[in-house]
Design a protein around this ligand. Structure first.
Ligand SMILES: [Zn+2]
Length: 74
C-alpha cells in the first residue's frame, strides 16, 4: 500500500479519530489505520470507516457533550 499523496510507504498503525457533531464531540481511540512514514497521512480501511460511522451514530443518540470511545472495546 502506498500513500495517495506522496507515494510513501503506508505502515500499519493506530490513531485517534475525532469528529465534531452539532453539539457533541466524539473521540475514538485505538483506531486501526495505515499511516504514511513520509508525510504522516492516515488512511482507514473500508471496514474501519463503516465501524466508525456506527460508533458516531451511537454517540449521537447518547446526548453527551464529549464521548470518548475505545475502538477495540466498542
Ligand atoms: Zn505520504
Amino acid at each position: 500500500m502506498t500513500c495517495f499523496f506522496c507515494k510513501g510507504n503506508m505502515i500499519e498503525s493506530t490513531t485517534t479519530f475525532m469528529v465534531q457533531l452539532d453539539n457533541c464531540i466524539v473521540i475514538v481511540k485505538n483506531v486501526p489505520c495505515h499511516k504514511c512514514d513520509q508525510c504522516g497521512e492516515e488512511a482507514f480501511s473500508f471496514e474501519v470507516s463503516q465501524r466508525l460511522e456506527q460508533i458516531v451514530d451511537k454517540c449521537r443518540e447518547a446526548l453527551t457533550e464529549i464521548a470518548v470511545v475505545n475502538y477495540t472495546a466498542a
